[in-house]
Design a protein around this ligand. Structure first.
Ligand SMILES: [Zn+2]
Length: 229
């Protein structure tokens, strides 16, 4: 069994999802506030085995720096695995601060391409490429030995890969950034509307929708900046 907690998910701010298993935890994406969300629980950081990054837009990676630093302060010695799309571009720069140069633990990057798989403790992780504009983006299908399987879409417009992976998943966590009246924006920026995500969600046994953009922010945003969410 995998317990899933959506710590936070708002487009342009932060997405962070915690997957817990008796053997340890995975964090999928680490946007703004990821450290705060974990500390608030409170959270045993020794359980954190890896962070799976769907893509390198700021609202999915901005929290990595503060988590990496907090693990340094906790004196972590166990390696931290960072699973990312291949090739990785922005994260090494984000974590290149001199503050993090002498961490007592090692960060091990695992760069993945479409349909590649990796075992992380008891978790079995399969990456799948999705369609998010020009950004190299992965969804993840995450299973464990009992057969329970969780799918996280990553940011994507509706595509065959997310339909294929959502099918028969125990839980599909799907981005649903825009309302139906904003379908034109969904296409322009590589996202799904709520209705599109629901349709895919029904292929799974259960689903949750994430990443909705608050309408009051949306009305004030410069639309060209949405390319980076
Ligand atoms: Zn994005």
């Amino acid at each position: 069994m995998i317990d899933v907690e959506i710590l936070h998910s708002i487009a342009s701010i932060g997405t962070q999802i915690l997957l817990s298993h008796s053997s340890g935890d995975l964090l999928v994406d680490a946007g703004d506030g990821a450290l705060r969300d974990l500390v608030k629980k409170p959270y045993d950081f020794g359980r954190l085995r890896a962070v799976l990054v769907t893509h390198e837009h700021p609202d999915h990676i901005a929290g990595l720096y503060s988590i990496a630093n907090f693990l340094r302060l906790l004196g972590r010695r166990k390696e931290l695995v960072l699973v990312t799309p291949k090739p990785i571009e922005r994260i090494p720069t984000l974590l290149s601060s001199s503050l993090l140069r002498d961490t007592p633990y090692r960060i091990r990057y695992v760069e993945m391409k479409d349909r590649e798989e990796v075992a992380l403790g008891e978790f079995h992780v399969k990456a799948f490429a999705v369609k998010h504009g020009e950004m190299n983006t992965l969804g993840y299908s995450i299973g464990e030995s009992s057969g329970y399987r969780v799918v996280v879409s990553g940011d994507t417009e509706p595509c065959e890969a997310v339909r294929r992976e959502a099918k028969n998943a125990d839980l599909a966590i799907l981005e649903a950034t825009f309302e139906e009246k904003q379908t034109n924006y969904a296409r322009r920026y590589g996202h799904m509307t709520e209705g599109e995500a629901q349709e895919i969600g029904r292929l799974a046994k259960t689903y949750r929708l994430i990443h909705a953009i608050p309408q009051d922010y949306f009305s004030r945003m410069k639309c060209d900046e949405l390319h980076d969410t």
